[in-house]
Design a protein around this ligand. Structure first.
Ligand code: BJW
Ligand code: ZN
Length: 256
């Protein structure tokens, strides 16, 4: 049996599957990854701008980076991997898609799923661990808008402010050193614990707590399947590692 066939049968036979995705699943859609070759975001590293300290130091620069990314992602569409995962999750019970990505492409693929007998697009709604690039929220109060206005980052004075309290608004994503939303993380780890198989696609597996989801399934379930052109720390606990781009490998794993 080939590794691909083994992965296919593990996925088919599992009552519950958790899918953990990272930036690599969107690479073929034209969204740059964070790390590795070509993994620089406009010559900045994520660790330099995706922090509360960076925002406190220079909110204009951080907003400029996020506005640039919003515009870039607006030009991107879900690829074969997003579509295959969405169709699969919508057409059977027990698949949870958990993503570290903030690009909204899993949600876009879920919206594109055709409604027919036995197909429920709501089942393909992703759990977004690190928030959403489209969202804007307040640095002080609970105000938040799911799709923020275009940000003019030419000066500190033109940056968006909270309509409720007047404080500076910020991107609705989770930065390094910030806690993930409690309910979101609980839902993701509940899915990881109850799953027999964790399918890990396109993540370097270095950012916590997301990366530990695969270990949670490995301890309580049967298998971890990794899809990535490169080795990662998750490879060590993977039952099957499939080397290659997500858009080429994933459809063949989950297609009927
Ligand atoms: C392909 C492909 C193709 C290419 N097909 N594949 C030491 C130990 C443990 C933890 C820590 C530690 N020091 C600090 C921490 C905590 C920290 C952390 O994990 N740091 C590590 C880097 C060491 N974590 C946090 O701070 C988290 N919060 C936290 O821990 O809170 C604790 C707390 C509790 C209570 C109160 C307060 C605090 C938060 C982490 C938030 C991460 N945020 C970012 C930015 C989001 C917003 C934005 O986008 O701007 O999330 S960072 C960035 O990394 C982004 C990503 O979601 C995340 C993961 O990256 P990902 O997806 O894996 O992408 P890449 O680029 O790394 O990898 C791409 C992969 O794709 C590669 O493997 C390629 O090979 C592959 N690939 N083409 C398939 N075609
Ligand atoms: Zn506010």
């Amino acid at each position: 049996m080939t590794d691909r066939d083994r992965a296919r049968s593990l996925l088919r036979d599992a009552a519950r599957v958790v899918v953990l995705t990272g930036a690599g699943v969107s690479a073929e859609s034209g969204v740059p990854t964070f790390r590795g070759a070509g993994g620089l975001w406009k010559s900045f590293r994520a660790e330099e701008l995706a922090t509360p300290e960076a925002f406190a130091r220079d909110p204009r620069l951080v907003w400029e980076w996020y506005q640039w990314r919003r515009e870039l992602v607006a030009e991107c569409a879900p690829n074969a991997a997003h579509h295959a995962l969405a169709r699969w999750a919508a057409s059977r019970d027990g698949v949870a898609i958990v993503t570290q990505n903030v690009d909204g492409l899993h949600a876009a693929a879920a919206r594109a799923v055709e409604r027919r007998d036995g197909v429920d697009p709501a089942r393909a709604e992703p759990i977004e661990l690190h928030g959403s690039l489209a969202a804007t929220r307040c640095t002080r109060c609970d105000w938040r808008e799911p799709v923020g206005q275009r940000v003019d980052a030419t000066s500190r004075e033109t940056l968006p402010r909270c309509p409720a309290c007047g404080a500076l608004a910020r991107p609705g994503v989770v930065w390094f050193g910030e806690a993930l939303d409690e309910r979101t993380i609980r839902a993701a780890f509940a899915a990881g614990e109850s799953a027999g198989v964790c399918l890990v696609v396109g993540t370097s597996g270095v950012v916590q707590p997301a990366a530990s989801l695969a270990g949670v399934t490995r301890r309580s379930g049967d298998a971890v399947i990794e899809v990535n052109p490169d080795e990662t720390p998750i490879t060590a606990i993977a039952t099957v590692s499939l080397r290659g781009p997500a858009g080429e490998i994933v459809p063949g794993l989950v297609a009927p």
